[in-house]
Design a protein around this ligand. Structure first.
Ligand code: 5AD
Ligand code: SF4
Length: 476
């Protein structure tokens, strides 16, 4: 641990905090991936027994946590401009006699550590993603001076993170995230994740089943299993054997009331045969797969250290489609990786055309200090990256629109998650992760019902209710 004060002073801090009474307000702002969104909920859960209630109003927060993302430069830099604004709020509150604690969590905390305190003195606590179970203790320490906690502790944070109260789960809705795996051993040359989140680790199967059961008992109907490399999951089961993702999905599918299972994010090299097969044999496993390929050029893939070529990816997609022909595919792409030529970029467009994606995420290559990509000297100029990004966006927008348009006229089960945009509407998702707005009663929220898709807009489908197909209880 790299806290800046001693253990004796920590004890004094514990005593002082015990004299405090009354509930306090917590504001968490989360950036980046779904794993950060999940972590934000777990941080709120660990702080609830400490007297913190969440608020959506930062000005009334006694504790502000910025849960940061380091994946691209822009995400990292946003933290410092945000901290400047929060410092102003802290000063205003201090003038009114109220204390504010500012904590920086997430991957920027892990990567930058003390540097954050140097750049923004108003920060009280910097805490890395592996230490969230120690938040209460670290907050007490921070009363005595700034604390930086970015070690990878030997104990598993998940063993110590409090379960959410039932009301908390209910308030978070029908669809929940559940982290089952963290870290990455792949070392793609552009990526900071292996450095910020550390080596690949999988949670034990029984812990995951317990958490999933708890969520479903509180009304959750869809669970998205999360991991930086989720399909590399290899958790220990009750008998001490190693269980892969397909085995875990099979176990989860026995939980009564759990209608839908998803997982993200996957690496092509970890798509095991039994997982591909599970897309045919497990009805709860949704026909949607986010499988980043990053580039359509074999030279670029090699320079990225992806350890697969375009042919491997295309063959893999063919095998997946053979098991589950209707599967919707999604991918991440990076444009302007160092040395990327026009022909290599064109190869990416060709791959996209050949595969046909339901949705895509694309990013301009962003130099990340400490990664091998940052050492390459043939960086692509910003204007070339922007121009390529625009072309890629045009192609993928057209694919997404065509994909959504092909849903019109079909009848499919929709899991309703919340009220819709307009009064009398409810909103949900198709199995293919498309948002749908339907005229229907609020009591259907938390259930699946058959919907005929009648139209599309930029971000959503529209539909009308056919007969209900699930007798699951109403809104949780
Ligand atoms: N620059 C741009 N995009 C990146 N990603 C990861 N690192 C970088 C980087 N340095 C993208 C990849 C990954 C997604 C989560 O973020 O496409 O799949
Ligand atoms: Fe980063 Fe590659 Fe690991 Fe994904 S597989 S987290 S892109 S290093």
């Amino acid at each position: 641990m790299s806290t800046m004060i001693t253990d004796q002073t920590a004890e004094a801090a514990v005593d002082r905090s015990r004299t405090e009474t009354g509930r306090r307000k917590l504001f968490v702002k989360s950036y980046g991936c779904q794993m950060n969104a999940y972590d934000a909920t777990r941080m709120a859960d660990v702080l609830a027994p400490e007297g913190y209630d969440e608020t959506g109003d930062i000005a009334e927060a006694d504790l502000v946590i910025l849960n940061t993302c380091h994946i691209r430069e822009r995400a990292s830099e946003k933290v410092f401009s945000e901290l400047g604004k929060i410092r102003e709020i802290k000063l205003d509150r201090a003038a009114a006699g109220r204390e504010t604690t500012i904590a920086v969590a997430g991957c920027v905390a892990q990567a930058e550590g003390k540097e954050i305190l140097r750049r923004q003195k108003a920060v009280d606590l910097v805490i890395g993603p592996q230490s969230y179970h120690r938040l209460p203790e670290m907050l007490r320490l921070s009363k005595l001076g700034p604390v930086v906690e970015t070690d990878f502790p030997v104990e598993d944070k998940f063993d110590h993170l409090a379960s959410p109260a039932r009301e908390k789960v209910v308030s978070r809705g029908v669809s929940a995230f559940l982290t089952i795996q963290e870290g990455c051993d792949k070392f793609c040359t552009f990526c900071v994740v292996p450095y910020t989140r550390g080596a690949e680790t999988s949670r034990p199967v029984s812990k995951i089943l317990d958490e999933a059961t708890h969520l479903v008992e509180a009304g959750v109907r869809e669970i998205t299993l999360l991991g930086q490399n989720v399909n590399a999951f290899h958790g220990v089961d009750e008998g001490g054997a190693i269980c892969g993702l397909a085995g875990l999905v099979a176990r989860l599918s026995h939980i009564p009331g759990l209608l839908r299972i998803r997982y993200t994010t996957s690496h092509p090299n970890d798509m095991a045969d039994d997982l591909i097969e599970a897309h045919r044999t497990q009805p709860a496993l949704m026909p949607f797969l986010h499988l980043p390929v990053q580039s359509g050029s074999d030279r670029v893939l090699q320079a990225m250290n992806r350890k697969h070529g375009t042919r491997d990816y295309i063959d893999l997609i063919a095998r997946i489609r053979a098991e589950r022909p209707d599967i919707a595919l999604s991918s991440d792409f990076i444009v302007g990786f160092p040395g990327e030529t026009e022909a290599e970029f064109q190869a990416t467009l060709d791959l996209i055309t050949q595969v046909g994606f339901a949705s895509t995420f694309f990013f301009k290559y962003s130099v990340r200090p400490g990664t091998p990509g940052a050492e390459l000297d043939d960086q692509v100029p910003e204007d070339v990256k922007s121009e390529r990004l625009a072309r890629l966006q045009k192609l993928t927008d057209a694919q997404r629109h065509a994909y959504n348009a092909s849903a019109v006229g079909k009848v499919m089960p929709v899991l309703f998650e919340k009220k819709g945009r307009h009064p009398g509407q409810i909103a949900g998702k198709t199995p293919y992760l498309q948002a749908v707005q339907v005229d229907g009663p609020a009591h259907l929220i938390g259930t699946e019902a058959l919907v005929e898709i009648t139209g599309t807009s930029t971000n959503s489908l529209f539909g009308s209710l056919a007969e209900p197909i699930s007798s699951t209880e109403g809104a949780p």
